[in-house]
Design a protein around this ligand. Structure first.
Ligand code: ADP
Length: 448
């Protein structure tokens, strides 16, 4: 086992990893930018190393600075958290060259899944259902036109290197195709320096359902149910729950087994998420994330496991602590992402927290790195906390979440916590009757 782990991240996820390391008796090293000298992850770690100025390109994203921090602190393993360098195959490769263990999958697996066309091809090979579309890169508008006629409009143009919805264009009918194809290409080249575009059938009212998988890198892999992340704003997840209110245990088992079997064939190592759109009883693969997700705590709650601990175990060459047959889903969990944003426009709201009171009691988990007097720097993601509730049933989880949101106090800045209070009052949410457009449609109605 490692005696020390460096955490190449900040905020709540850095704290999350430190907590598990402490429980495992592993020393921790925090890295921080000059803007984060007073951050909680720095206070909680055994050691810390400043890795550069506030801008993440010169600190949390700087591979040389992080390698130096490993050398200075004598760390032989790195946990990347999520975001930043967590899905950077070059980073994991360079660490490997330096004989430092990247806690996560191999650079090859990160690379394959990082290119959405390759990822789809790979998944199709493994028998995982994908959204109907082009067999890879579109050569030009003629190919796009012929294919779109076959599949039927509306279709979606997507950038192979895409992320955050950039380079994505919905095409309602043929008259718009040529223009939107050129627009998608130019957006993609600007943002990703790669204008590879592919085409998919546009699903009108899908849900976003993702399957948590876990592998030991030696050909053993399991699935840990699904998370329903359909409540989104601008393709960003806002609230996640497990189990999904609309997935039956038979469906869960069938799609979970397909994903686990793909991971066994790949000899995938560590935590990963296979993302699907789900419509009319069918699953369609869209992408795979080769890392721990923001919303992993809901899965931990219903399976009673610590995913970070398992990540560290398999990275150290030890077996996972469970087999598929020992994994039992119990109860219901919901996560709310609390952002430092002002409603209704969701504009960033950095500043100083003058008062913070975390909700508590049975079935509550608050993952956050904020504290009284903490000044939220304006340079990073606006996520400042995740409120996770767990109860025996969905109905009880919703009641518990309402109670927890009432207890939560964050004064001094604006947060999105009131949004959840409103969502929890909505009949359609209470009935589990929502899709990926539901939240935006509802927010637009509220504005009127
Ligand atoms: P990104 O990596 O840019 O986030 P994804 O492929 O994960 O792109 O898609 C992001 C979101 O876009 C999905 O969660 C879904 O809301 C929507 N989306 C993606 N593909 C389709 C599709 N074929 N039909 C309808 N909506 C889609």
């Amino acid at each position: 086992m490692f005696n020390k782990i460096l955490i190449a991240n900040r905020g709540e996820i850095a704290l999350r990893v430190i907590r598990t390391c402490k429980e495992m008796g592993i020393k921790t090293v925090a890295v921080y930018s000059q803007a984060d000298a007073n951050a909680m992850h720095v206070r909680m770690a055994d050691e810390s190393v400043c890795i550069g100025p506030a801008e993440s390109s010169n600190s949390y994203l700087s591979i040389p600075s992080i390698i130096s921090a490993c050398e200075i602190s004598g760390s032989r393993a790195v946990h990347p958290g999520y975001g930043f360098l967590s899905e950077n195959s070059k980073f994991s490769e360079i660490l490997r060259d330096h004989n430092i263990k990247f806690i996560g999958p191999s650079p090859e697996h990160i690379r394959i899944m990082g290119d959405k066309i390759n990822a789809k091809k790979k998944m199709e090979e493994f028998g995982v259902p994908c959204v109907p579309g082009s067999n890879g890169k579109l050569k030009g508008t003629k190919e796009a036109r012929d294919l779109a006629r076959k599949i039927g409009y509306p279709i979606l143009l997507k950038a192979a290197a895409g992320g955050g919805g950039i380079g994505m264009k919905i095409v309602e009918n043929e008259a718009y195709l040529e223009n939107l194809f050129q627009q998608a290409k130019s957006e993609a080249i600007k943002s990703f320096n790669d204008d590879t575009i592919y085409l998919e059938k546009y699903l009108k009212k899908p849900r976003h359902i993702e399957v948590q998988i876990f592998g030991d890198g030696k050909g053993n892999a399991v699935h840990l149910g699904e998370r329903d992340c359909s409540l989104q704003r601008r393709h960003q997840k806002v609230l996640e729950e497990t189990p999904s209110p609309i997935i039956s245990s038979k469906e869960r088992k069938a799609i979970g087994e397909k994903c686990a079997s793909a991971m066994k064939m790949m000899k995938y190592e560590g935590a990963g998420t296979v993302e699907f759109l789900y419509e009319n009883g069918e699953f369609f693969f869209i992408e795979m994330n080769t890392r721990l997700q923001v919303e992993h705590p809901v899965t931990e709650a219903v399976f009673g496991i610590d995913l970070v601990r398992e990540q560290i175990m398999v990275a150290a060459g030890l077996p996972m602590s469970f087999k598929q047959e020992n994994l039992n889903l119990n109860g219901h969990a919901i996560e709310c992402r609390i952002n430092a944003e002002k409603l209704p426009q969701f504009t960033p709201s950095p500043g100083t927290i003058v008062q913070f009171h975390s909700p508590g009691g049975l079935g509550i988990r608050m993952d956050s790195a904020i504290y009284n007097g903490y000044r939220i720097p304006p340079y990073y993601d606006s996520l400042i906390g995740k409120l996770i509730v767990f109860a025996n049933t969905r109905e009880l989880a919703v009641k518990r979440l309402k109670r927890a949101l009432d207890e939560l106090i964050i004064d001094g800045i604006e947060t999105t916590s009131d949004l959840f209070k409103s969502i929890l009052k909505h009949e359609e949410f209470l009935n589990g009757d929502y899709n990926i457009h539901w939240l935006e449609n509802w927010l637009n109605q509220e504005k009127k």
